[in-house]
Design a protein around this ligand. Structure first.
Ligand code: URP
Ligand code: ZN
Ligand code: ZN
Length: 462
């Protein structure tokens, strides 16, 4: 065999055992108390956890947005992801106005092809619907695109109306794909933003004040209602507040297949960050915005109880210098988005498991297993089983960390988590049977990540 991991304390979403793992030709071929036979490489995981590689289903690498391009491309972004224990991402191919979905998909495939060091898939964001575009949905599904994103915000740019959302939900569901929504009321926000700017309210905190939680709650409820009318499941991205959570819970309680994610920034940062001096608040300008401490507590509770199913990052980095700064005199010109691809696993382990907000198994579930199940990658990914891809993380649960832009590998000049401390550090990362991170050393080669041809949605049991 190629690799044998000995003294492994394996943790999955459901199981926990000590033993050995054998890896051959990129797959897990054996698991047992002892795995017989010689291996090219033997890794001793004594005292460490072995998890399935984490999966981040919400990233924006090399994405043109608000006149800028997100600062991580598929090389720097996937290297940073690997350092943080993520072995697969699903990024967004964004349809430009008048563009065919296939062209958007191919554009993003070309961005990733020679650069990615971990496996990657794509959702396609449909921003300009017509009959031809609708007919392309099953064509995209044949390419392994099993999810489509619709924006109910960013009026005049990415936003679509309810009729278009309804048609996309119907067609995507009939084709075996899941629809995801960015749920904020773009019409109302558009008015609030221009009123604020007119009244001289230009600092970063007005970004948050022009995007109230009610605008998110309304759009979440509306998106869910449209999905119910279309007879389709729905997935809410980057959910931030109690107003939206109530809508998700009510829909799930009524038996509708409704799913939602949140992100570390909404669990750990708050509105207060926008009030940091010297335009520092711009670092946290993202949509939806950061909320209150009470919202953070509600999100943790929802992860614990199963009302939220996934934690992804919405990694969308823009440099403070030269990019965020463009909005010094007008918050609506600050490119929306923040980095986080590298820090999700350690942060959620430390703040979630060690602070007893979620169990160890729930942690694996929300960062790896459920994302794999909902987005057509299970059981090849998201678990540790014979036949699964050899995407594994060897994790030291006792090692302390301090997050800093100086030690991070993301191609961006700040981190919103600067100075944050905790315990739980990624030691070794195996992706497709290749050791790509070894005690902080990068061994991966650009272009070795593979495109993930995902399978049809069948998540209604989650
Ligand atoms: O502010 C954000 N979230 N930027 C990325 C685009 C999106 O809405 O997901
Ligand atoms: Zn969004
Ligand atoms: Zn996003």
């Amino acid at each position: 065999m190629d690799i044998k991991i000995i003294n492994a304390h394996v943790v999955t979403a459901t199981d926990e055992f000590k033993g050995e793992i054998g890896i051959q030709k990129g797959k897990i071929t054996e698991i047992g108390r002892k795995v017989l036979g010689k291996a090219g490489t033997v890794i001793d995981a004594k005292g460490k956890y072995v998890f399935p590689g984490a999966i981040d289903i919400h990233t924006h690498l090399d994405m043109p947005f608000m006149g800028e391009t997100s600062s991580d491309d598929f090389e720097t972004g996937t290297i940073a992801a690997a350092y943080g224990g993520t072995t697969a991402i699903v990024d967004f191919a964004i349809q430009a106005k008048g563009q065919r979905l296939r062209d958007a998909f191919e554009t993003w495939m070309n961005k990733a092809k020679d650069k990615a060091v971990i496996d990657y898939g794509f959702h396609v964001a449909i921003c300009d619907l017509n009959e031809d575009v609708l007919a392309e949905i099953p064509e995209m599904v044949k390419e392994g695109v099993m999810s489509f994103k619709c924006f109910l915000a960013y009026k005049g740019a990415l936003m679509i109306d309810d009729g278009a959302l309804f048609r996309i939900l119907q067609k995507a569901h009939a084709s075996g794909a899941l629809v995801m929504i960015h749920a904020e009321n773009g019409d109302i926000i558009d008015i609030l933003v221009s009123d604020m700017i007119k009244n001289g309210k230009t600092e970063p905190k007005y970004h948050a004040l022009s995007r109230p939680p009610e605008a998110e709650g309304e759009a979440t409820g509306r998106g869910i209602a449209v999905a119910q009318m279309a007879g389709a499941p729905i997935y809410i991205v980057h959910l931030t507040c109690r107003e939206a959570l109530e809508k998700v819970k009510a829909s799930r309680d009524a038996g509708f297949p409704t799913y939602a994610e949140t992100c570390p920034q909404y669990l750990l940062l708050s509105y207060k960050n926008y009030e940091e001096p010297d335009f520092n608040g711009a670092k946290y300008v993202m949509s939806p915005p950061l909320r209150s401490k009470e919202d953070q507590a509600a999100l943790w509770k929802a992860l614990q109880m199963g009302d939220l199913q996934v934690v992804s990052t919405d990694h969308c980095p823009f440099n403070f210098k030269g990019q965020k700064e463009l909005g010094r005199d007008d918050f609506s010109k600050i490119p929306n988005g923040a980095p986080g691809i590298e820090n999700r696993v350690s942060l959620i382990f430390s703040e979630g498991v060690l602070k007893k907000r979620i169990t160890l198994h729930r942690f694996v579930d929300i960062v790896s297993t459920t994302p794999a199940k909902l987005f057509g990658m299970f059981p090849e990914k998201g678990t540790v089983a014979v036949g699964s891809d050899a995407d594994l993380v060897i994790f030291d649960p006792r090692k302390p960390f301090t997050i800093s832009v100086k030690s991070n590998h993301q191609n961006v000049d700040y981190t919103p988590y600067e100075g944050m401390q905790g315990k739980g550090v990624v030691e070794t990362v195996i992706s497709g049977g290749r050791v790509i991170i070894d005690h902080g050393k990068l061994l991966a080669k650009p272009g070795t990540g593979r495109y993930i041809r995902r399978k049809p949605f069948k998540g209604s049991y989650l």
